[in-house]
Design a protein around this ligand. Structure first.
Ligand code: 6GU
Length: 243
């Protein structure tokens, strides 16, 4: 059974790339049942208004609750097993663990906010009928949630069984073991004075695995000391500590 995904935005045109590549293929093969919606379709005034000034004052505009309430009523019928995901720079970090968690859902609804965000009561009311996650991609601010949803959908979709050709590439990849991935090489053996490390051409698979592990540890230590500090000590073996 396909995973159902609904995306609600005032700019559904942002999602044209979802026709392409492996996400596009997941849609045509029926693994992913993706629907895009224009929030303004749930407005009823001539100007199709979705925003208003913030209570309490301050800059910018806030998305009014009524169109969002109607959208969610229609997309998530009573008792449906859906999860609401709201991209926001004020959200909890979206990580590979979040992607795995969301990839296991039957139905995801993404609510893309613009301006200063969506009236909080939309999220509070939705939380009475489904799990609601406010998630952030990182510590920077985007104009709106659309590009964040493209990122999250890519991270989630590739974890759905049958979407990625080679399951091994999931097991080995960056963040799967809490370490960054190793450098990779292909032919030619020598290029512009730079050679492929000899060990990778040695045929000694034990030594190659050890070298790759060392490279991953070194990279993680220099680029992401936070990841190294968070590693379960049991995930390190004696030979790792030789570094
Ligand atoms: Cl998920 N949304 C927005 N609007 N800005 C962000 C973000 C999300 N993550 C980082 N910045």
């Amino acid at each position: 059974t396909a995973m159902r995904v609904d995306v609600v935005s005032i700019f559904p045109e942002y999602f044209a790339p979802l026709e392409l590549s492996l996400i596009g293929k997941a849609r045509t093969t029926g693994v992913l049942d993706l629907h895009l919606h224009d929030l303004r379709g749930w407005t009823h005034d001539v100007h199709r208004t979705v925003d208003d000034t913030p209570y309490g004052g301050g800059p910018g505009m806030v998305m009014r609750p009524e169109p969002w309430g109607q959208a969610l009523d229609e997309l998530v019928p009573e008792g449906a097993a859906a999860r609401l995901v709201v991209p926001s720079p004020a959200g909890a970090p979206f990580t590979q663990a979040t992607a795995y968690e969301l990839a296991a859902a039957q139905h995801l609804v993404f609510a893309c906010g613009r301006y200063e965000g969506i009236d909080q009561r939309v999220l509070d009311h939705a939380a009475e009928r489904m799990p609601v996650s406010e998630v952030s991609l990182g510590d920077y601010v985007l104009f709106g949630g659309e590009v964040a949803v493209l990122v999250m959908l890519e991270a989630i979709t590739r974890l759905i069984p049958g979407v990625l050709g080679n399951a091994d590439s999931l097991a080995d990849e960056s963040h799967a073991h809490g370490l960054l991935e190793t450098p990779v090489y292909t032919k030619p053996q020598s290029w512009r004075g730079h050679d492929v490390p000899d060990i990778l051409r040695s045929g000694d698979h034990g030594k190659i695995a050890r070298w790759r592990r060392d490279q991953a540890l070194l990279r993680t230590a220099t680029r992401r000391p936070d990841l190294l500090a968070a590693l379960d000590p049991a995930a390190l073996d004696k030979r790792d500590l030789a570094l």
